[in-house]
Design a protein around this ligand. Structure first.
Ligand SMILES: Nc1nc2c(ncn2[C@@H]2O[C@H](COP(=O)(O)OP(=O)(O)OP(=O)(O)O)[C@@H](O)[C@H]2O)c(=O)[nH]1
Length: 303
């Protein structure tokens, strides 16, 4: 005998159509997940294991979403059995369900949540499905060695950022960071030690940035950072801080201590009509070239 679909569950899941057992899914084992449908974190999913989850833009939120238009504590997602409620927490830009602003709202079939520029939905999945989807997401977007975004993922997200900045005539900074004499690092300490330096560099860069900034591994020993709405002076100060942190950091692999420095080229622009993202990246790259030429372990600014 087949089990009838769970109507309460269907009430706020848009993937459970028809009979759960016909699709090989046992509804008793389905778990709630919050799925990011668009924006910086597109494709990510968060298990809704507790009863209450605060969504916000910083890592201190239960569910951090990288979107500068989201407040620090933006909204509350409450799960009680198979009922889900969404409540705005006096956010600056509001919480929307199906594009209508809400203060507290029960979630229904096909509901699309929007906070900032990010769309989300609650979905029910088998944990094994969620694990394989997460693995696919990571394979497509994350550099397996350093765990930051890969180049392709960066390019598509950076284009979204660029479009946003163009619409709002806001400022955008691109920072190109390249490990100095990295061939010598490999030659002197071995390729595995070089890999460890790259992992440490990624961690240092990540720690210096806001959650809503973009960081990616752009090439072998090269990282790229994209920052929105930061002044040219603040961008240079950040680049200097990163350079100094790397200089002072003790890179270790097994019993080896590996000296390492970083050269940085950056470009800050208020984005307006005739400009492309490539123009900004190219200017930052030219500045990086000068940083290398002028002795390495330095920051140069693109004009
Ligand atoms: N260990 C390791 N090395 C890598 C990786 N990707 C690229 N490299 C190495 O990084 C080195 C980059 O060398 P170059 O482009 O000559 O630059 P460099 O020696 O850093 O010199 P400058 O950039 O001018 O300071 C090459 O030897 C690559 O083999 C990686 O994933 N792991």
């Amino acid at each position: 005998m087949t089990t009838p679909p769970d109507s309460t569950l269907n009430a706020f899941s848009n993937t459970l159509t028809g009979n759960a057992t016909q699709t090989g899914r046992d509804s008793a084992n389905l778990q709630p997940y919050l799925v990011v449908l668009s924006g910086r974190d597109q494709g990510k999913q968060f298990p809704l294991a507790a009863n209450r989850h605060i969504l916000g833009r910083e890592l201190s939120a239960d569910i951090p979403i990288a979107d500068p238009k989201i407040s620090r504590r933006h909204c509350l997602l409450a799960i009680n059995g198979r009922q889900a409620h969404l409540e705005d927490l006096n956010s600056t830009n509001g919480t929307f369900v199906n594009d209508r602003r809400i203060s507290r709202h029960p979630l229904q079939l096909l509901d699309r949540i929007r906070i900032g520029d990010t769309y989300l939905k609650v979905d029910y999945k088998l944990p094994s499905e969620a694990v394989s989807e997460q693995a696919l997401y990571e394979a497509a977007n994350i550099d397996s060695m350093t765990k930051v975004l890969n180049r392709n993922a960066f390019i598509s997200r950076a284009q979204q950022e660029f479009s946003y900045c163009k619409r709002n005539r806001s400022r955008l900074t691109v920072m190109m960071c390249d490990a100095d004499h990295f061939k010598l690092t490999n030659d002197n300490y071995g390729h595995l030690a070089g890999d460890q330096v790259l992992r440490d560099l990624a961690k240092i860069l990540q720690a210096e940035m806001r959650h809503e900034d973009l960081l990616a591994r752009y090439g072998g020993e090269e990282f790229i950072i994209l920052l929105r709405e930061i002044s040219a002076e603040a961008a240079v100060a950040l680049a200097e801080r990163i350079r100094l942190t790397v200089l002072k950091h003790t890179f270790r692999y097994q019993n080896l201590t590996i000296p390492s420095t970083l050269s940085i080229g950056l470009c800050t622009r208020r984005v307006d009509a005739p400009m492309t993202l490539d123009d900004i990246v190219r200017t930052a790259d030219d500045a990086l070239y000068r940083a290398k030429k002028n002795g390495r372990n330095r920051v140069e600014i693109g004009n």
